[in-house]
Design a protein around this ligand. Structure first.
Ligand code: GDP
Ligand code: IMO
Ligand code: MG
Length: 430
């Protein structure tokens, strides 16, 4: 398979990890390029379920190389927890899981800052995952961050850590008027042990990726979050603190854009969102509740109920623009099995005017009234379907309608259940 970037086209939790796991079989190197442990990526294969926050979703295949790229903000404690869990399941990561020395560290004071900042925002809060993501990226941009590679020199690490710790203590206590309960001795004691475990994972992963492409290896770039959580083009300020778009795969892993052949947009056939912010097709009714129940729509990281709504083609068209999508992977079609009728948002009305384009700011988006077309449901179980032709005609009509509203982007995959096997491959990439 050619090199491909996987991105979520909505607000996250589209089923990216399921598709990455599926496509890993014909890839060699899988690289996470942004976000941090705010991601919750669920893989179910061979009767096992894993939720990864930092380890790339390709790790279940024993012979594949997995990389956490420099664009990720990296929480060592969470990472090592996942490594231990994999080892307990008999999945070895030795000599095939690497972390960029340039990735910035998420440290305990970032999580304390994240929570204190949210508490201070009251009604206007973002609804973050509390994993310290915003503060870690802020420190990176402010040029005071500590990087994974800094763990190599313990004395320098201790010096920089101590300076930042004192700064955060002042910020949290004096500006946010919050409790600061962290102990520097306890954290440094803990990180001394963490450091010893981390050293064997640290590498110049940009070169590793470049060298792999030069040797004909196939790369799969794993995005986290979703297009509309992008710091620039998402529903700001209700976004995450990184660029989630396909283009960031390059600076986020350290190779140039000519290495990318395809961009696969993972698209749930309805819409969900966790956290605050506008959501035009949200359903605050029994149908929304049904989608949540049937789709198991509870956050993989925080357990929060996900907000649910109808498929919004306006969003996916914008996503096609922002990511340069060359393929769609449609997920969770089975979740709609029991619905009598299904709606698709074709365009919005904003201040009484029709628009087919997603507005650039949340001022207009908050006023967007979705306009729908309605289709009949198929009302049967589709879990046994192996090909598109096996699907009931109404299900096929539904996906063709979605595709048609989304610039007729070719469909790579239709996912009809959480397991690796519950996947219909429509048009394989060669
Ligand atoms: P990600 O963050 O995009 O990787 O997605 P999550 O793992 O947070 O959420 C997707 C959820 O849907 C997980 O519980 C998956 O196991 C599940 N899932 C993925 N694809 C399908 C599908 O086609 N049908 C159903 N019913 N569940 C799916
Ligand atoms: P995956 O990779 C869904 C949301 C949070 C919040 C906003 C900012 O599993 O799709 P942050 O902690 O990043 O500062 O929170 O972003 N968010 C996600 N929503 N899926 C995710 O990841 C998310 N990662 C962050 O809920 O609204
Ligand atoms: Mg998720």
């Amino acid at each position: 398979m050619p090199n491909a970037v996987i991105v979520g086209t909505q607000w996250g939790d589209e089923g990216k990890a399921k598709v990455i796991d599926y496509l890993t079989e014909r890839s060699d190197v899988i690289i996470r390029f942004q976000g941090g442990a705010n991601a919750g990526h669920t893989v179910i294969a061979n009767g096992r379920k894993f939720v990864f926050h930092l380890v790339p979703s390709g790790i279940m295949y024993p012979d594949k190389t997995c990389i956490v790229g420099n664009g990720v903000v990296f929480d060592c404690e969470q990472f090592l927890k996942e490594v231990d869990e994999l080892n307990d399941f008999g999945i070895s990561v030795e000599n095939r899981l690497f972390v960029s020395d340039l990735a910035h560290l998420v440290l305990p004071y970032h999580k304390a800052q994240d929570n204190a900042a949210e508490s201070n925002m009251g009604q206007g809060k973002i609804g973050t995952t509390g994993r310290g993501i915003g503060p870690a990226y802020s420190d990176k941009v402010s040029r005071i961050g500590l990087r994974v590679g800094d763990l190599r020199d313990w004395d320098l690490f201790t010096e920089k850590f101590t300076a930042n710790f004192e700064l955060k203590k002042k910020l949290i206590q004096s500006v946010y008027n919050s409790d600061f309960k962290l102990s520097i001795d306890e954290i440094l004691g803990n990180y001394k042990v963490i450091r010893d475990r981390m050293l064997s994972f640290i590498k110049d992963t940009g070169f590793l990726s470049f060298d792999a492409t030069r040797n004909g290896k196939r790369l799969l770039f794993e995005g986290a979050q979703g297009t509309f959580l992008d710091i620039d083009h998402g529903t700001y300020p209700f976004v995450t603190s990184s660029n989630t778009l396909s283009g960031y795969a390059c600076p986020g892993c350290g190779i140039g854009p000519s290495a990318i052949n395809h961009v696969i947009g993972i698209t749930k056939v309805y819409t969900t969102r966790v956290g605050n912010g506008p959501f035009p097709t949200e359903l605050n009714d029994a149908t929304g509740e049904k989608l949540r129940h049937e789709g198991g729509e509870f956050g993989a990281t925080t357990g929060r109920p996900r907000r649910c709504g109808w498929f919004d083609s306006v969003m996916i068209r914008k996503s096609a623009q922002l990511n340069g999508l060359t393929r769609l992977a449609l997920t969770k079609l089975d979740v709609l099995n029991t619905l009598d009728t299904i709606k698709i948002c074709t365009h919005y009305e904003i201040n009484g005017k029709k628009t087919e384009q997603f507005p650039t700011g949340i001022h207009d988006l908050s006023r967007a009234v979705p306009v729908y077309t309605e289709m009949e449901g198929w009302k049967c179980d589709i879990s046994g379907c192996k090909t598109l032709q096996d699907l009931p005609s109404k299900a096929l009509q539904y996906i063709r309608k979605l595709q048609n509203l989304c610039y007729d982007i070719p469909i790579l995959i239709v996912s009809i259940g959480p397991d690796r096997n519950q996947t219909i491959e429509v048009d394989p990439l060669v």
